[in-house]
Design a protein around this ligand. Structure first.
Ligand SMILES: [Zn+2]
Length: 105
């Protein structure tokens, strides 16, 4: 059974199930100490993901170690697979991109 529950609406409190082929915006945490990263808080829109990123930054501000938080576009399939990966250090995972590069899909 594929797909992913994605937070929608006010602070992502409602949930909607998306198919594997869909693309979501998620928060990427980069941990400088360990050089690992993870993806959390999948959202339908970039604006909602940015809001989730703000919440993340506020949360970690008080912590002893702070991840670099960014917003990435990632397919539901990739997000779901990545969730089971611990301490991922792969360089080819989704990163924040400000330019809108044309990509064949
Ligand atoms: Zn990764």
């Amino acid at each position: 059974m594929g797909g992913l529950w994605v937070g929608v609406g006010w602070f992502g409190l409602a949930r909607r199930r998306l198919a594997d082929g869909a693309v979501v915006f998620a928060v990427r945490r980069d941990w400088p100490d360990w050089r690992t990263h993870e993806f959390v808080a999948p959202r339908l829109t970039q604006a909602e993901a940015e809001r989730a990123a703000e919440t993340e930054r506020a949360y970690w501000r008080r912590g002893p170690s702070r991840p670099a938080v960014s917003v990435v576009r990632i397919s539901v399939n990739d997000f779901r697979i990545h969730r089971d990966r611990r301490d991922c250090k792969a360089p080819d995972c989704a990163v924040a991109s400000t330019r809108r590069a044309p990509r064949p899909s």
